[in-house]
Design a protein around this ligand. Structure first.
Ligand code: SIN
Length: 307
């Protein structure tokens, strides 16, 4: 293979005002230098999700790229690529329709959920199967002050129930399910999370894995969670990525959520995800650097019905 001489400065093209940038001019078949890793990390902090096109990489190169940003996890509940425990193989087709079509951040049922995920398309459907990403800082900034006051500093319980049910349906024994519960006890995470690198506040609950706001009346908890979940659904906070052969997305699970559009049934779609381990989420409002890019979202999006 010819020597790959990657540029020292990344070429970034924003795909929306606050979330998503296309990274050009870099070849992920080559190892990254420390400077390139630092620049990529900064780009991820700034844009929450980075997109790459025309990256014809191998599984080992996929793993090596992700390892630049931390240790990799092995998902205990979902199938992995044969011979590669850290590579989650997500395949959908006529018999097994897409089911990642709910807003979420990866593995929040872990005590130390993911820093980020690197997703590579293996087989794209002829049309459809896009992935949407939502900026959870902007989603937080857009909350009315009266809601912020009710959720700041609260913690929520997360659970892997969704996977437990799948294993139950697949015939897992009581002992096996009890062992899962022992290994993955329900974590309590802040409802509003301080990003450990930017200090910014973002919504950190999701309908897939969050069960309740701890210590709150159940009706009030359900009402507030519904409001927080809905924030991700506003297009003003989103970017949409259409997969082409050899596309890759690298997202920060601490600052964004994603939603895999399940509109391609009965066609086949296969992706492979490598998940980088993160740290224990916390809330510390004193770290908040104040408004950066999302001033426009303070107090909510202005709707046409209000004009
Ligand atoms: C995921 O939820 O991690 C998968 C996203 C996708 O398949 O686009």
């Amino acid at each position: 293979m010819a020597v790959i001489d990657n540029p020292t400065t990344l070429q970034l093209t924003p795909q929306s005002p606050t979330i998503g940038a296309l990274v050009d001019g870099i070849d992920l078949r080559a190892p990254l230098t420390d400077e390139q890793v630092a620049e990529m990390r900064q780009a991820l902090l700034d844009w929450k999700v980075l997109f790459f096109r025309d990256q014809d990489i191998t599984t080992d190169q996929h793993l090596a790229f992700a390892q630049n940003f931390g240790d990799l996890e092995v998902h205990p509940f979902s199938p992995h690529k044969q011979g590669y425990p850290e590579v989650l193989a997500i395949t959908h087709n006529a018999e097994f329709p897409g089911q990642e079509n709910g807003w979420h951040s990866d593995v929040t049922w872990r005590l130390e959920p993911s820093l980020g995920s690197v997703l590579r398309i293996i087989d794209a459907p002829p049309v459809g199967g896009d992935t949407l990403f939502a900026d959870m800082y902007a989603a937080y900034d857009g909350l009315p002050e009266r809601i912020k006051e009710r959720v700041d500093g609260k913690v929520a319980r997360h659970d892997f129930e969704l996977f437990r049910k799948r294993h139950e349906r697949a015939g897992a024994t009581e002992e096996e399910l009890a062992e899962f519960d022992k290994q993955y006890p329900n974590p309590h995470h802040p409802v509003i999370r301080t990003h450990p690198e930017t200090g910014r506040k973002g919504i950190y609950v999701n309908a897939g894995f969050t069960k309740e706001i701890v210590g709150m009346d159940p009706d009030e908890s359900a009402e507030l969670l519904e409001i927080l979940y809905r924030q991700a659904s506003f297009p003003e906070y989103q970017v949409r990525f259409s997969w082409e052969p050899n596309s890759i997305a690298f997202w920060d699970n601490r600052s964004c959520q994603h939603y895999a559009v399940s509109d391609y049934w009965p066609n086949h779609r296969r992706v492979e995800r490598v998940t980088i381990i993160g740290d224990t989420p916390y809330y510390d409002p004193s770290q908040d650097p104040g408004l950066a890019t999302d001033e426009r979202f303070q107090g909510g999006i202005r709707r046409w019905s209000q004009s």
